[in-house]
Design a binder for this molecule. Structure first.
Ligand code: NAD
Length: 363
């Protein structure tokens, strides 16, 4: 199979979908790997490293898309990439279809076979290709939150951990999954007052067992959320209903009860966001104010720490990419229930119920 890796073109995206070691594994398995020149530079991976691994370099995205049977990417195809995608071509990447009708329609029209990292479910029911980026975004959310709570960044001027004699910041984390748990772990290390809200009691019991004493776990309902918003200096949005648009947990009206200069980091913005006033932003212009509450809604947070994220992502995607390349699409889909869960669109037909439901499309 010919496997193609274009350079990511989403704004401020520095990741690449394959490591040199991954290119070498694919070549060793008898495949051809075509990589767009300089695609790895943002992650500190040079053209020479890919050439040494046996990959071929090409000058343009068009050359990658025209030749490849399977495209490996990081972020969803951008509108200028839509016309390059061919019917029957496999596209294996993050899509987050529920956040964009334009992307969903574009991929239906392309006739391609879209396998989404974020919906691939393993036998244990977890999302192994979303997990590493959620780990990155969760840890990073506290790093960013700490920065934007500083006064020159338009925050309240609060130090997360406080100091002896002065209380630490109150952090409310909506959703205690991978993002939420990683955010809590880092925030706890800062000595902040951390509160995780979730609706899954088993998850809350687990978090209660493993988290340090400055982390409280709370059942998430309207009253608890409203009370937490009054106390919070930093709110992290980290809920997920896989494949579907995020549930909206904080309305515009709720912002009125928050402290001026408090910060919301809506990590779930890639699935539409769990705060009514969230809208996707980029690393070069990450924040905006609504009712004196600072919003940070970068949809590709891990892109800013491209090197860490590229390694973390490629560690988990390579085995699936190898399987797709070795077995071909139909055989691997028939043999692997996990890969079938990644299939969102096949040759013009939506095959993921949540995506179809979001846009009222036939399923
Ligand atoms: P996860 O499935 O591990 O966790 C989600 C949690 O939300 C679950 O524990 C679930 O019980 C909980 N939940 C669902 N509905 C809830 C509600 N009404 N109230 C409280 N909790 C609720 O998911 P994750 O891997 O932690 O991802 C969270 C979000 O972060 C996803 O939307 C994911 O796409 C996003 N994400 C964004 C970035 C970015 O760069 N912005 C990066 C990685 C992940």
């Amino acid at each position: 199979m010919i496997v193609g890796i274009p350079k990511e073109i989403k704004k401020d995206e520095y990741r690449i979908a394959i490591l040199p070691v991954g290119a070498e594994e694919l070549v060793r398995a008898g495949h051809t790997v075509i990589i767009e020149k300089d695609a790895g530079i943002g992650s500190g991976l040079t053209n020479e490293q890919y050439l040494e691994a046996g990959a071929q370099l090409v000058d343009s995205p068009a050359a990658v898309f025209a030749q490849a049977d399977m495209i490996l990417k990081v972020k969803e195809p951008q509108p200028e990439e839509f016309p390059l995608i061919r019917p029957g071509q496999i596209v294996f990447t993050y899509f987050h279809f529920a956040a964009s009708r334009e992307l969903t329609q574009g991929m239906i029209d392309s006739g391609s076979i879209c396998l989404a990292y974020e919906t691939l479910r393993d036998r244990r029911g977890t999302l192994p290709l979303l997990t590493p980026m959620s780990e990155v975004a969760g840890r990073m959310s506290i790093q960013e939150g700490a920065k934007y709570l500083e006064k020159p960044q338009m925050g309240q001027g609060i130090l997360l951990g406080g100091v002896p004699g002065v209380a630490p910041a109150h952090i409310t984390i909506l959703g205690g999954g991978i993002v939420g748990a990683n955010a809590a772990k880092i925030a706890a290390g800062f000595n902040a007052d951390v509160n995780i809200l979730d609706i899954n009691m088993d998850r809350l019991r687990y978090l209660d067992d493993v988290m340090p004493p400055n982390v409280n776990v709370l059942f998430s309902d309207r009253h608890v959320i409203r009370h937490q918003l009054q106390l919070a200096d930093l709110v992290i949005g980290a809920v997920l209903i896989p494949g579907a648009k995020a549930p909206m947990l904080v309305s515009r009206e709720d912002l009125k009860h928050m402290k001026p200069g408090s910060v919301i980091i809506d990590v779930a913005v890639d699935q539409g966001g769990c705060i009514e006033t969230s809208k996707p932003t980029s690393h070069s212009d990450p924040t905006y104010l609504v009712d004196d509450v600072l919003h940070y809604c970068v949809a590709n947070m891990p892109g800013a720490v491209g090197r860490t994220s590229t390694f973390a992502l490629c560690n988990v995607t390579l085995p699936w990419a190898l399987r797709l390349a070795n077995e071909g699409i139909e055989k691997s889909l028939a043999a692997s229930p996990e890969l079938l869960t990644a299939l969102n669109i096949h040759s013009g037909k939506v095959t993921n119920q949540a995506v179809a439901g979001t846009f009222d499309l036939p399923y």
